[in-house]
Design a protein. Sequence first.
Length: 700
Amino acid sequence: MSDPGRDPRNTILDGQPLPNDQKGFGDDDGGREGGSNAHDDPNDYGIHDPKKGYTTHPSAGKLFKWVPILKRIPMFGKATDAYGPKLTISLGATNALVKGAAGYIIYNSMQALFSQRYSVDGMRFNRLSSMYTMGWSLQCLIAAISDLFPLFSYSKRWYCLMSTLFGGCFALGYGLMPAKSSSANAAGAFLFLTCLGKANLDILLQGLYSREIRKAPKAGPDLISWVWWTIFLGDFITLIQGPLNDAGKPQVGIIISAVFQIVPSIFSILNWYGERPNKVNRVEDAQRNYEEQFVREELVPAFEEAIYAIRNGHARPHHVAPVRYIGKNEPMVDGVYEADQAPAEGRALVYREPEIVTLLGGAAEFNVFVGRENWRILIFCGVVTAAVLTLAIVTLLGTTHQLLWTSIAVLGTIVIGAYMALPLAIANAAIMLYSVYAFYFNISGALDYFYVATPDCLPDGPHFSYTFYNTVGSLLSYCAGIVACMLFSPIFARRRYQVTFIVTTIMQVLASLFDLMVTERWNARIGIPDHATYLCGYSIIYQFVHVMAFMPAEVLNSRLVPRGCEAMVFSIISAFGSIGDTMSYTFGSVLMEFRFPVTTEVPCDYSNTRYLIIISHLCMPLMIIPLSFLLLPHCRICDKLDMYGKPVKHAKRAQAAPEPPAQYTGYNEEERGRGQYYDAGVPNNGGVGGYAAPNVRYGE
């Protein structure tokens, strides 16, 4: 029987209390009593309900007693029941305000702000607008920094606070620079920085709620669905931007977006996200790795695979390395162990305390084990960061030739780096996600200006108002995206990746024909209004197909990301998508500046728009089809895959091994903090020839 005077939550294994400096459940350290809804032990929540698959959060129980109808709200009810009202509300509000409302207000303000306030022409705008997506390309930077260097004992909390505050301030700088053409480059830089703040907050929150989902996985889909629905709800707030653009005051919407971005800082200050101190989380990870069945999938880069094959004349045999044996009655995970991988009896089970170094008098910490075990990926994060920053500087200040050669250098660097840092299948998936975005060249500097051109510039043009272009068009685009998300699974889940990309690419090309119809005025000749043609083409068909096109790549990436470093690898893959989106703007700008220029100021000349559409939207996207056969696994989207892109077969249960000891021998005070291995009570040879110590799960 445990000591009734000791809090059982402050233990790492049976009978072993955590040191005082690693206890995380006091009144103000992020534990339950401090107002956080982080939960370590499911028993804290009460009695486990096998029907629900999780235990009800105590705060949720009180809330539902006061307001029972809240439990019936789709997604919100179940997510709150499992994770508590504070986490659910804070995640929903933050995503609605920052990723939804603030993000798309900034996006819909760009063309009006740069053309009206900063007097930028179409070709220059095409360059500067790429700063929006470029800011989202550095997610891997903050993911690496936050996991390496927690601030004031927290890995994510204070980074979230800085992201909201600085992002909001940079948004004000973007919208309130002096109204003259010389301010355009500075406004582009602020656009990059405010989007970087949004991207940082996005990846940090993903790490936070992914940790919570692991503790109550049955409610995970509801929490994720809740997050995405709040983003869509936030999107509808952006409909105010169209009328503001028409009134010549796009900066008003930007000020509102800055407020939206700053408001969620209150959740970080109060720790409603429920993060616990870094030491508590890392020690808990080590405990769970010790107590539960866990596998460490070895990250062998594609470059090393090729060298091995050349030297040995055959491919490296792939298998996952078991960290501990499976007991007689323990659950089996498909595709992890095969019978010939069963560990020998009597092997030692070892526990390794995470190595954490305190810096700056406790203001910061350094997770040494994270850097040691993921050094290759950390280096690649640095390479991606340097490449994106270089591209940003050249985009703002460089010539057309400099932009072209820099783009080629950045493309070569990230492609080579991907194959040197990531396994082949993951690198292929990242390149495919990049290609989905990059090969649809963005020529918004021509099309956006064409659609809203005034009669004195383009007498025979469509003459759209910003209210129609940014409000009505965006509304239908959001609805089309929601419908596409709902229909993707029933339509394509059992299709091969290649079939999906063939269908979506061809439909995407056909949707782009509507733009060609409007620019060539074919629709006017046969009596079809410009507004109807645009809405049917870009707003509905294109957006519907666009979501369908990138979702297979997203699904594939989620299946390939290895255990143990999920967040960092996923942030790199997401960065590839953002870089691809950025390069689509860059390639479009180079095409316009080199060969097919347009004039967006009186006297206007849009005669080259037809060639830009044919090359950028009709021809280049077709490159995705052969790449899908070259880069993607030849299997169905619903198939389970290992990290090497091979379908997973049902595994056989490993031979039963002796039950592991109940506890390890305890902390060695002299060796604390230096990553030493602790024997679990079974004789061993220090790990030589046996099982490796369980690695602390990284990046959650």
